[in-house]
Design a protein around this ligand. Structure first.
Ligand code: PRX
Length: 661
């Protein structure tokens, strides 16, 4: 793994290749600078023009930005449009209509293709089915689906009738489903009997049943079930119906319902620094505008491109760059149900060759695991496949270490393809800091510069901008159309979390640390500055995992969770646990650690399983009872304790906690 873990080896700059610049929408830094200047000169005019040029409005907006209730910003508020119409209907009567919209490759390799016309028909029929279930504009619909076209169709169908979707990743637990149904007040759940991943059939509907049975879900009137596999599942009479049943006899046309630009397109739950995930609410107009624009700017998408974003629809990346962006851009995209290592770790490369993918977008975690696989087995090295169709590579979800960047650039991109390291978040709705393939000179490990119109900066606690070279907090100083509108049902938490008073209450605090380099002002994101973990690009709260652990009341007295660096998953979860029984050692400790891991998987989902669990008779606390997390971080990393421990109540427990199980 030396190729991955060694510190930065090359601080090289890769200027954009001639081929990437040729015909690029934003070709060269002068073009980029001109757009940035335009946004600075006439901020509202800049956004208004883009919104008029790139979206189809059923009622044009007259006011671009309303800041009167900042930080509750409103964009294009009196305009009306429909997100699904902006992805599908707008292509009717154009050459895109008969173009392939989705090349779906199932877990077992079966390929099905859908044209834009096919998708419009399917989305319309499904939208009619939703209406027939009594689902209306403004209702919330929870979607717990596999990574299949039916998931995309379900989301588009909600958007078509003005219902707000809330997608829950298919790896989350019954409890997560339960909490999200309650918080969102969902009237319906769309799910599948099973999902197929890595050749295995895994239940979805059973988890929905379990989640609903936990109570408080009286709002749910119907559960619609896509039969992904022939295996039967439990169906509750009167409440549960198969897709086949609800689609029967539905008309092929469903006029898209115009909604106000600020109408909530979706609520997507993400982890924060408290135990309770936040429902990030996005607005129709701004979100779709940015999904479309970033497809144009960052992926420089062209009519003959084959785009492939490997993210699941359960994450924001799947929302912006599978369900909305590629369709709004009229692109052909690959959608993949399975996992990168099945039937072997050459699957991604094989699929790029098979479908002639030209723009490929994945996560550093996947790249690192495929590097490891290729280093131990020549047969799954990308060199075994013809990857000459590629022209742009993308990275998202966590910092990409320069070594993984170089490997991706060389072995996947053949040193021809720019790597766009896109920094963004569930809250930003789409890319906000990223290279532009036809303009930005690349530096491995840097997400480079903000997109035009995005006023990003690195500041201190008071919001004062820091000089290049000094590390600080990443903020965005002006609103942008795709930004989070509020936390569903909790505007106060929204304000406190993202727009701290100390910074004036109008600056968006991202929660990441960053530094800009001295030469170019390029941003390098150093990781979260709050209690949020990033494991394999998945976001989790330390408190969320702690709450899950202490919920095992028969066993756990106290728990503290921290992150430690991990060469494969970026960060790994390390939990320090005090039990209600004597501190276990040896086999017993291993066994209890496993029991707790499985418990956390049940409470949150398998992605939240702590990698390390250490047992102590106590946790390191100050005399006033505060857990000293800094010490725990050092212990988790295996570092020698150099901090002052004199305020510690019981220094001896540090040795106990350093013992691994
Ligand atoms: O810490 C940053 C990291 O992922 C966080 C956002 O996670 P989430 O809302 O789940 O969205 C992930 C997909 C956009 C950020 O606060 N992150 C995301 N992209 C990058 C990144 N860190 C460094 N470089 C990136 N390119």
């Amino acid at each position: 793994m030396s190729a991955i873990t060694s510190v930065l080896v090359e601080n090289r700059v890769f200027p954009p290749a001639e081929a990437s610049m040729r015909g690029a929408r934003i070709a060269g830094m002068a073009a980029y600078d001109a757009m940035c200047q335009e946004a600075a000169r006439d901020f509202e005019g800049f956004w208004a023009k883009l919104a008029r040029d790139h979206l189809v409005w059923t009622r044009p907006f007259t006011k671009t930005l309303d800041e009167s209730q900042a930080p509750f910003y409103k964009w294009f508020e009196d305009g009306e449009l429909n997100a699904s119409a902006n992805c599908l209907d707008k292509h009717v009567g154009t050459p895109v209509e008969n173009k392939t919209a989705v090349i779906f490759e199932a877990d077992d390799g079966t390929v099905t293709t859908y044209t834009y016309k096919d998708l419009l028909l399917r989305v319309s029929r499904f939208a009619n089915a939703l209406k027939a279930q009594g689902i209306q504009k403004g209702d919330r619909v929870l979607i717990y689906m596999p990574m299949t076209v039916e998931g995309l169709i379900a989301m588009q169908a909600c958007a078509r009738i003005g219902a707000t979707h809330s997608v829950v990743f298919g790896g989350f637990s019954a409890k997560a489903v339960n909490e999200r149904i309650i918080d969102a007040g969902a009237v319906a759940v769309i799910t599948a009997n099973y999902q197929m991943r890595g050749g295995k059939e895994m239940p979805l509907k059973a988890i929905v049943d379990e989640g609903i049975a936990m109570g408080g879900c009286e709002s749910v009137r119907s559960v619609l079930v896509y039969m992904r596999t022939p295996t039967a599942c439990n169906m509750v009479a009167g409440r549960d119906k198969t897709f086949e049943d609800v689609l029967k006899g539905q008309p092929d046309e469903c006029p898209p319902v115009p909604v106000g630009a600020e109408h909530p397109l979706f609520v997507l739950y993400t982890s924060g620094s408290t135990g309770k995930p936040k429902g990030v609410q996005h607005a129709t107009g701004g979100f779709v505008l940015w999904a479309k624009l970033t497809m144009d700017w960052v992926f420089d998408i062209r009519p003959d491109d084959v785009f492939w974003c490997t993210a699941d629809i359960g994450w924001v990346t799947g929302h912006s760059y599978v369900v909305y962006g590629p369709l709004a851009a009229g692109a052909t995209q690959v959608m993949f149900e399975g996992i990168p290592t099945y039937p072997n770790a050459g699957r991604f490369w094989q699929m790029i060759e098979r479908h002639r993918v030209s723009v490929f977008y994945t996560a550093p975690t996947a790249i690192r695991s495929l590097i490891k696989a290729a280093e131990s087995d020549e047969k799954v090295h990308p060199k075994n496949w013809d990857l000459s169709s590629l022209r742009i590579l993308g990275s998202v979800g966590e910092p990409i270490n320069p070594e993984a960047w170089m490997w991706y650039y060389r072995n996947v991109g053949g040193e021809r393809c720019p790597v766009v390291d896109t920094w963004w978040q569930t809250e930003t709705g789409g890319h906000v800091i990223s290279p532009l393939p036809g303009a930005t000179p690349l530096v491995p490990g840097s997400c480079t510069l903000p997109l035009p119109g995005i006023m990003a900066a690195v500041v201190d606690e008071t919001g004062k901008e820091l000089p290049n070279g000094s590390g600080g907090m990443l903020v965005i100083q002006r609103p942008w159309p795709a930004m989070i509108r509020t936390i569903w049902g909790d505007p106060e938490r929204f304000r406190k979390t993202y727009f701290p008073e100390e910074m004036g209450g109008r600056t968006y605090l991202a929660g990441d640390g960053a530094v800009r380099d001295k030469e170019r002002g390029y941003f390098r994101v150093t990781g979260r500055i709050d209690d949020v973990l990033n494991v394999s690009g998945h976001r989790l709260g330390t408190m969320e995992v702690e709450s899950a652990l202490v919920a095992k009341t028969d066993l756990v007295a106290e728990a503290a969770v921290v992150a430690r660096p991990d060469e494969l998953t970026g960060e790994a979860i390390c939990a320090f646990v005090v039990l209600k029984r004597p501190r276990p050692t040896g086999e017993e400790a291993k066994q209890i650690a496993n029991e707790l891991r499985n418990w956390v998987a049940k409470e949150i989902g398998p992605i939240a399983k702590p990698k390390d669990i250490r047992f102590g008779e106590n946790l390191p606390k100050t005399r006033s009872g505060k857990i000293m997390r800094r010490l725990l971080r050092s212990i988790a990393k295996g570092e020698a304790i150099t901090q002052d421990t004199t305020t510690l109540e019981n220094p001896a427990i540090l040795d106990q906690l350093a013992e691994r199980n």
